[in-house]
Design a protein around this ligand. Structure first.
Ligand code: GLC
Ligand code: CA
Length: 557
C-alpha cells in the first residue's frame, strides 16, 4: 500500500455552531474556532473537519446549502475563512470542509429557477417527475420521515425528489452539466488551500431511475429508502469521475460517509486508487438499529462492540484505511452509548477511547470527546432542535408509545446530545458564549469542561493527548499507523484485545470492558507498558489481573 501524507495524522471534527462563539450571538463561529486552534494543537490534532459553514437556512444545520461559494454570516465571512486556513497552516494543521452534494437547499438559486420553470434548464438539475394515478411517483420514505416527493408549487401533478428533508432537494447527478458545476466548486475550494473534504451522504447520489414502489414496512405505507439504494447501480462511475476531476489533481484528502457498503466494494472505495482516501467505519454505529425506528433499537453490549470492530478490521485488512469514531454530530455521545448506564467513569471513558483509537485506521475525535462528554439530560422534547429526533419522536408516538415513553426512547439516540455547546470552563454558559446559547448547554459542564481537564494530569483530555503522542512517536508510530490489527483472546467475555504488528514493534492493546476485574493469560511477554489508565498493572507468571475497565497498551517482546 502506498504511503500518503494523511495516514499518520489525527483528525478532529468541529461542529462550528457549538464550538466557540466569538461575538455573543449564541452561535459558534469561525473567529471562535481560530481562537481555539492552540487548544487543538496542544491536544495534538492535525486535520480539522468542519461541519458545514456555507450559506444555509440551517433547516438541517447547514447540511442544506443555499450557496456553496459563501460563508453563512452567522459563522463569519470569507475573510475569516481565509484567516482560519492561514492560521491552521502556520500551526501545521489542515482544514477539511464538509462536501454536501447529494442535495442542496430549497433556497439555492438552482432550485428556485427549477421551481419557476420545471421543464427548463434548471429543472434538469433536480429529479422532477409526474405523479401516478393522482399520487406521488413512488412510495419511498425520506430519511427524515414522510414521502421523498414534494409537489412543485403551481404545477399540477409534478413532484421533486428529496431523500432528506423537503427543504433538501436532491441534485440530479445524471446531468453532466450539474456534475461540472459541482467539480468547479470543489476545485475552487481546493485552490483556496483546503486540504480536502468529508463527503456527506455520498452513496445517495445514484438513484434507481425506475422509481418503483417497494414493499411497505410501516403504518405510513412507505418503504425504506435503503431498498432503493441497494438496487441503484453505478455510483462508482460518478465517484471515479469526481475524483479525477477534482481531488486527484490536488492530492486532497477525502473521507466518505458511506453506510452499508458491500465487502467487495472496499477496494473500489478505499483501496489503492480508490474513490476516497478513507471512509468511516459505521459498523458499531448502526448496530442495534431497527426498521421500525429509534424507539425499537437494541442496546449494544461490550461483546457486540468488540465483534463489530473486529469484523470491520478483518474486512479491510490492509486494503486501505478506515476512519474510526465513537461519535459524531449525528450520534449520541459514545461514552453514553457504548458503556452501560451507571458505569460511565473516567476509567471506562479512557478504555473506550483507547480501544477505538488504537485500531488500524485514521482516528477521528469529535469535539468534546476528548473531555469525555456525555449525553445531555434533556427534560422535554421542546428542548430538541434536531429535525431527525423530532421525526423519530412522531414515529414512536404513531407506534403507540405514550409521550413519556416516546421521549425517553428517542432521547438516548438524539443527535442533539452531541450538538450541545462545547464546555470551555465552569463559568456562565460554560464559557461558550456571552449571549444566549442556541441549544441547551449540557448541565454537567460544571464537572466536565476543558479548563478543569487541562489542569488535571489524570484527566480524559490528557489521556487522549497520550494516545495521540503514541501514534506520532518515532519509536511506535509505524506500528500504530501501519501495523496489522490482529484480534486475540476473542472468546474471553468482555475483554477486547488485539495486537498491532508493525515492522519492528508489536503492541498489545487491551481493555477489560466490564466493571468487574478479570484475569488474562498473556499471549506473550511484556517488554514495556506504554499506556495504562490505572495506577498499576498487576501481573504474575504470565497472567494479568485487570481491574474493571482497565485499559493498557503494551509493547511485547
Ligand atoms: C449526513 C450528515 C447529517 C445530515 C445528512 C443530510 O448524514 O452527517 O448531519 O443530516 O447527511 O445531509
Ligand atoms: Ca457567533
Amino acid at each position: 500500500m502506498e504511503k500518503t501524507w494523511w495516514q499518520n495524522k489525527v483528525a478532529y471534527q468541529i461542529y462550528p455552531k457549538s464550538f466557540c462563539d466569538s461575538n455573543g450571538d449564541g452561535i459558534g463561529d469561525l473567529r471562535g474556532i481560530i481562537s481555539r486552534l492552540d487548544y487543538l494543537k496542544e491536544l495534538g490534532v492535525d486535520i480539522i473537519w468542519l461541519s458545514p459553514i456555507y450559506q444555509s437556512p440551517l433547516v438541517d444545520q447547514g447540511y442544506d446549502i443555499s450557496d456553496y461559494y459563501k460563508i453563512d454570516p452567522r459563522f463569519g465571512t470569507m475573510e475569516d475563512m481565509d484567516e482560519l486556513l492561514l492560521e491552521a497552516k502556520k500551526r501545521g494543521m489542515y482544514i477539511v470542509m464538509d462536501l454536501v452534494v447529494n442535495h442542496c437547499s430549497d433556497q439555492h438559486e438552482w432550485f428556485q429557477k427549477a421551481m419557476d420553470d420545471p421543464d427548463g434548464e434548471y429543472g434538469q438539475y433536480f429529479y422532477i417527475r409526474e405523479g401516478k394515478d393522482g399520487k406521488v411517483p413512488c412510495n419511498w420514505r425520506s430519511y427524515f420521515g414522510g414521502s421523498v416527493w414534494e409537489p412543485v408549487p403551481g404545477h399540477e401533478n409534478k413532484y421533486y425528489l428529496h431523500l432528506f428533508a423537503k427543504e433538501q432537494p436532491d441534485l440530479n447527478w445524471e446531468n453532466p452539466k450539474l456534475r461540472r458545476e459541482i467539480y468547479k466548486m470543489i476545485n475552487w475550494w481546493l485552490d483556496k488551500g483546503l486540504a480536502g473534504f468529508r463527503i456527506d451522504a455520498i452513496i445517495n447520489i445514484k438513484k434507481d431511475l425506475r422509481f418503483q414502489d417497494f414493499e411497505t414496512d410501516r403504518e405510513d405505507g412507505l418503504s425504506d429508502i435503503t431498498l432503493m439504494l441497494k438496487q441503484a447501480k453505478g455510483v462508482g462511475e460518478f465517484l471515479h469521475e469526481m475524483k479525477e476531476e477534482t481531488f486527484a489533481k490536488y492530492g486532497a484528502f477525502t473521507v466518505g460517509e458511506v453506510f452499508n457498503e458491500k465487502e467487495e466494494e472496499l477496494p473500489e472505495f478505499i483501496g489503492e486508487n480508490g474513490h476516497f482516501s478513507t471512509m468511516f467505519d459505521f459498523n458499531e454505529t448502526v448496530f442495534g438499529g431497527s426498521d421500525k425506528g429509534w424507539y425499537d433499537r437494541t442496546k449494544i453490549t461490550a461483546e457486540d462492540y468488540k465483534r463489530c470492530c473486529f469484523e470491520s478490521q478483518r474486512k479491510v485488512g490492509k486494503i486501505g484505511f478506515l476512519s474510526n469514531i465513537i461519535e459524531n454530530h449525528d450520534e449520541p455521545r459514545g461514552v453514553s452509548h457504548y458503556l452501560p448506564a451507571g458505569e460511565v467513569t473516567e476509567d471506562s471513558k479512557k478504555m473506550l477511547g483507547g480501544l477505538n483509537f488504537m485500531l488500524r485506521g485514521l482516528p477521528f475525535i469529535y469535539q468534546g470527546q476528548e473531555l469525555g462528554m456525555e449525553n445531555c439530560a434533556f427534560s422535554d422534547i421542546s428542548e430538541i432542535n434536531d429535525i431527525s429526533t423530532l421525526d423519530q419522536y412522531k414515529v414512536a408516538l404513531a407506534a403507540g408509545l405514550s409521550e413519556k415513553e416516546a421521549f425517553e426512547a428517542v432521547i438516548e439516540m438524539s443527535r442533539d446530545n452531541a450538538r450541545t455547546p462545547f464546555p470551555w470552563n465552569d463559568e456562565e454558559n460554560a464559557g461558550f458564549t456571552t449571549g444566549t446559547p442556541w441549544l441547551k448547554i449540557n448541565p454537567d459542564y460544571v464537572r466536565i469542561n476543558a479548563r478543569e481537564q487541562m489542569g488535571r494530569e489524570d484527566s480524559v483530555f490528557h489521556f487522549y493527548q497520550k494516545l495521540i503522542a503514541l501514534r506520532k512517536s518515532e519509536e511506535y508510530g509505524e506500528a500504530v499507523v501501519y501495523g496489522a490489527c490482529e484480534p486475540v483472546l476473542e472468546e474471553q467475555k468482555n475483554l477486547m484485545a488485539y495486537f498491532r504488528r508493525g515492522k519492528e514493534k508489536t503492541l498489545l492493546v487491551m481493555g477489560n470492558y466490564q466493571k468487574e476485574g478479570q484475569r488474562v493469560q498473556l499471549p506473550g511477554k511484556i517488554k514495556k507498558v506504554l499506556l495504562n489508565n490505572k495506577e498499576e498493572l498487576r501481573q504474575e507468571d504470565g497472567t494479568l489481573s485487570l481491574e474493571g475497565y482497565q485499559f493498557a497498551v503494551l509493547e511485547m517482546e
